[in-house]
Design a protein around this ligand. Structure first.
Ligand code: NAP
Length: 418
């Protein structure tokens, strides 16, 4: 990865946002007025975020390059000893990103100024307006999974293409390959071994850029790619859900699950869901759930069988470890699409249940570029809006990850990047 602590390109005069110029000018304690929104660059060419200022940094000195003048504003004569607010000579703001240098807890993120991404052959720069969090990001953040640091995580994003000026939403898979049935061996995910979307700019292959659905906000569009695509492929390409069938979505709070619920309802299936929270089950009724079950109840499988008169046709399961219980909720010949392992990555099943029940257990990951296009068509046709739990500014990336890990959310957590 590619984030660097070195500033790239020339950095010109020190300019503060106009609304703070007056307060900066009068020599008062303006360090206290500086907010986390500001990215700072020091004389030596290294970047850091303002909340990490030391006492020494906060000493006020005459500006080393002389007063700053901005037409119509009083000139600034003093600044902090180490930190000055800069903008680039071309007038563009420095690029902010959440950078991770050591794998571990959410506190490992720091919001920094990073060099503009360099587009490779066939790549386009996207000025991101929003990104979204996925459980995948937590898993990578915790252990690195073999990827290098410093790293900018994030696979979801919506923004403006720098080449055409169009609004775009990013397909997050890289090198899917030619086989519609499964990705090839070179398949990878944006943000794993490339710089991802927890940043204001990202470089992505041009074929990964799709027109943003017009009815969605930036946050809603950014919430779509990973979770929406995973739900779409699991339901329609893997489990081949049909109108009139009954589908059980496991763990209603999951970002993927909220899409699965809405897509299945749009496809005229009967939708059931499980959750650890009655509040979440009550909430998802509004997006198409006919009946909910607390998987914390010891007899939840029996409840599903009774409510369906013998089981469901399809299960969409991101929990993984509950495979035996989930399979017990299926009708004979039922299909279960497994896309995650939130509840644990190993599961014991009784093999006779598999063959006597003619059960199809279907693994699935993300989806192909074609799946992504079809998912966007479905979103557009039914004017579906993603369920957003909350929107955090990039500067609150640590809090956003803590929230995701708390599992209190319903739907997607989004990062606002502008
Ligand atoms: N293969 C892929 O392409 C792909 C794509 C996206 C995600 N994933 C994986 O899918 C899983 C969900 O991802 P996400 O981003 O949607 O996560 P998320 O938003 O963090 O969802 C987590 C939710 O999963 C449910 N859950 C957790 N443990 C459970 C258990 N033992 N039994 C039933 N439900 C349980 C909980 O729902 P309640 O709060 O309702 O109880 C929890 O809130 C993760 O493992 C992720 O890595 C895979």
């Amino acid at each position: 990865m590619r984030a660097s602590t070195e500033t790239s390109g020339p950095w010109a005069g020190t300019v503060a946002p106009p609304d703070l110029l007056a307060t900066l000018n009068d020599g008062q304690e303006w360090a206290d007025k500086v907010t986390e929104q500001w990215i700072s660059i020091d004389d030596l060419g290294w970047a850091k975020t303002l909340p990490r200022l030391t006492e020494n940094d906060r000493k006020v000195h005459p500006l080393p390059h002389g007063p700053i003048t901005v037409p119509g504003e009083p000139s600034i004569t003093h600044g902090l000893s180490a930190i000055f607010v800069h903008k680039k000579e071309d007038g563009r703001k420095p690029v902010k990103a959440a950078v991770i240098r050591t794998w571990g807890g959410p506190e490992q993120f720091s919001v920094e100024t990073v060099p503009d991404p360099e587009p490779g052959p066939g790549e386009v720069i996207v000025e991101l307006h929003a990104s979204a969090l996925n459980w995948h990001d937590v898993l990578v953040r915790q252990t690195g999974r073999g990827f290098t640091t410093p790293s900018i995580l994030g696979l979801d994003g919506a923004g403006i293409r720098q080449d055409t000026g169009e609004k775009t939403v990013i397909f997050p898979g890289l090198n899917w390959g030619r086989n519609a049935a499964a990705p090839g061996r070179d398949f990878s995910i944006l943000g794993d071994s490339t710089d991802g979307t927890y940043a204001q700019l990202v470089a992505v292959p041009v074929e990964n850029l799709f027109p943003m659905p017009q009815h969605l906000s930036w946050a809603e569009a950014a919430a779509l790619p990973c979770a929406g695509l995973t739900a779409y492929r699991a339901l329609f390409k893997r489990a081949k859900l049909q109108p009139g069938e009954t589908v059980l979505v496991i763990g209603a709070g999951s970002g993927v699950s909220t899409f699965a619920i809405m897509f299945a309802a749009a496809a005229e299936a009967r939708v059931l869901a499980t959750s650890s929270s009655q509040d979440k089950l009550d909430s998802v009724r509004a997006i198409g759930v006919d009946k909910g079950f607390l998987y914390t109840d010891p007899d939840w499988v029996q409840q599903v069988l009774e409510a369906t008169g013998g089981g469901v046709d399809v299960i969409i399961n991101g929990a993984g470890a509950n495979l035996r219980d989930a399979m017990a909720c299926l009708k004979p010949g039922g299909r279960i699409a497994v896309f995650g392992s939130s509840g644990g990555s190993t599961a014991a099943i009784d093999i006779p249940d598999l063959y006597w029940g003619h059960v199809s257990v279907l693994g699935t990951t993300l989806g192909s570029p074609d799946d992504f296009g079809q998912m966007l068509e479905l979103i557009d046709r039914h004017q579906i809006c993603p369920i957003i739990d909350s929107i955090y500014p990039l500067t609150e990336i640590v809090e956003a990850h803590r929230h995701l890990e708390s599992r209190k959310h319903l739907g997607k957590l989004v990062l606002s990047l502008r």
